[in-house]
Design a protein around this ligand. Structure first.
Ligand code: F6R
Length: 366
């Protein structure tokens, strides 16, 4: 079943262009999005929604955190993200006009399911599941649903489920923006074109595997790594750090780069590689100043730049040049590069990539 691949994780990373085009199949020829792709009731519910609450665990929660940046910017609707195991036991204030979105690859995660039950018990009726398993528990209990078509994910570390969740969340963003009269027809067409082109854009990142692999030796003998990002790429730094710790057992932490001065800068020395997600977006100049703070303390930077980022390699500054900047959807491309980094670091370390110690694919107990 593995074909030419060494591990399921590698296979699943490389399946992402196909997983994305399968998930986005319904827009292949569409000039306009229809809310019905989220369920028959979506056309009635979306115009009523005054805020969004996203609930999930682990990688799925980072998809939610990325979507928070999209939903607030594009749809102009307030969005918060909560970890399911916290939300389910927290005394929160329910708002019946809030759309509660649960995200889960498996659809069986105990905390996410319990959080959904908690939301419903509090009176939430606008509920939406984004899930990769159509017959799973979570999908059966929401008013609305979107099934990602990543196909079975065998590797414990989530890869293609994450990027397809992101594509579903971008569709949701566009539909909420439409319902909120914030999306012109021209912008809708342009965003749909970018989504349709996404599989090809991901292919170009996959082609960078040899250069990313070349970095893996720099990480394999380290005990710690720091991941930095800003704006919609901060959640991608979080996901990159999670991937590295899960499969290579290297302690990795992610910070929004603006927080460096507030503590983590004290950790920086030449023994802790600092990975920077540095696309050419509106936060780049701020990020470059943060990179300078790291360099000035002898830190080793590993920078994922893209077209126009113009980060020059130098002593202590390693630069991977990604393809042209991809705007709002750029997180989808940058996470693929970080998946490949963690995969290759784990290969050098010889860990069990597909079944990391102490972890289970589906966390059906609390
Ligand atoms: C990380 C990973 C986990 C899952 C989490 C939620 O690579 O796989 O963090 O994302 O256990 O699982 P689902 O999405 O099935 O609810």
């Amino acid at each position: 079943e593995l074909g030419d691949y060494s591990h399921y994780m590698q296979k699943e990373i490389f399946e992402q262009p196909q997983a994305l085009s399968n998930t986005l199949e319904m827009i292949s020829g569409a000039g306009q999005l229809q809310p019905g792709i989220f369920g028959a009731e979506a056309a009635d519910i979306f115009p009523q929604v005054d805020s969004v609450l996203i609930i999930a665990c682990g990688t799925s929660s980072y998809a939610g955190l990325t979507a928070k940046y999209w939903i607030e910017q594009v749809a102009g609707i307030a969005c918060n993200v909560e970890i399911a195991s916290e939300y389910r036991y927290r005394q929160s204030v329910a708002n019946p006009k809030q759309l509660v979105v649960v995200i889960s690859q498996s659809g069986e995660t105990a905390d996410t399911l319990a959080a959904l039950h908690h939301a419903k018990a509090q009176g939430h009726t606008y509920t939406l599941a984004i899930c990769n398993v159509p017959e799973s528990a979570i999908v059966r209990e929401t008013a609305l649903r979107f099934i990602t078509r990543a196909g079975p994910e065998i590797g414990v570390a989530s890869t293609k489920a994450f990027t397809t969740q992101l594509s579903a969340l971008f569709l949701l963003t566009l539909l909420l923006a439409k319902a909120n009269h914030r999306l012109s027809e021209d912008d809708e067409k342009a965003y749909l074109d970018e989504l349709r082109h996404l599989p090809i854009a991901v292919d170009k990142v996959l082609a960078l595997e040899p250069s990313i692999q070349a970095w893996s030796n720099h990480f394999a003998n380290k005990h710690h790594a720091l991941f930095l990002g800003r704006g919609r790429h901060y959640p991608i730094a979080l996901e990159g750090a999670l991937k590295l710790k899960e499969i290579s057992y290297i302690h990795a932490e992610a910070y929004p780069a603006g927080e460096l001065k507030h503590g983590p800068l004290a950790l920086v020395d030449s023994e802790m590689p600092v990975v920077v997600v540095a696309p050419n977006d509106e936060m780049l100049e701020k990020l470059k100043a943060n990179m300078q703070e790291v360099s000035a303390r002898g830190g080793q930077l590993y920078v994922f730049a893209d077209g126009g980022s113009a980060v020059k390699p130098s002593d202590g500054v390693h630069v991977l040049q990604m393809p042209e900047h991809y705007g709002l959807l750029s997180p989808v491309l940058h996470v693929v590069a970080l998946q490949l980094l963690s995969y290759h670091v784990a290969l050098v370390k010889g860990t069990d990539v597909d079944k990391p110690r102490n972890l289970a694919k589906s966390v059906t107990v609390e």
